[in-house]
Design a protein around this ligand. Sequence first.
Ligand code: SF4
Length: 250
Amino acid sequence: MPARTVSKAAARQAPRRTVTHLPPAEFRAGAGQWPSDGVLFDRNCTDCPRLANFLAAARKEYPQYYNAPVPPFGDPNARLIIAGLAPGFHGANASSRPFTGDHAGILLYRTLHEFGFATRPESVSADDDLRLIDCRINNSVKCVPPENKPLPIEIQTCNRYLQADLQHAPRHSVIVALGSVAHAATLKALGLKAREYLFAHAAEHRLPAGQVLIDSYHCSRYNTQTRRLTPEMFAAVFRRARALLSAHED
Ligand code: SF4
């Protein structure tokens, strides 16, 4: 994908000024500073040609950015799993941590902190000291897509990583799907039929393996600024997740 297309796509996603960016992926990998916890994940994956080309162009135009597949963040055995859509260009694609550096992460991390799932209310960079508590964040697609819109084939191709990750989910875990794409990707990763679990904000689905899937509108800039998703609505989702998890504590 031509670099000018990267500029056009990137301009629509304004970065947050507070974020500090890590060195480019090549440097970090060479220095052994890879943040993945080793669960099936390949930072060199180029199985989606369109996304691989987009990242190659992004490396030239934004060499200070991470610009590679973004690994999950948090304990692989966490009982709360958050499934997002894909890295934001100036967010996770820049910082290497999901929902870190763009607007969508503001409400997410603030809410996680409010309900005891994060040690801090703001994720600033991948090397700040924020920790998730019994929580893991993953994306349905690991590479940043142009215009924030992955193609169906890209969601399908990347699903194997989500599938591998969800195999670690404990029996009574709660999965919060942010948006209908993440909802469908989660069901596919678990081998379940989408038509039997319809997406709706705050819908709660009991899954055969004992997990609960809760749907939420995505905490994107568009959804929060149009108030399709309010902080109160988002908090209610995580309050419910906390209650479900608490019900299975000794
Ligand atoms: S989106 Fe997933 S499958 Fe596609 S290239 Fe990136 S890591 Fe690989």
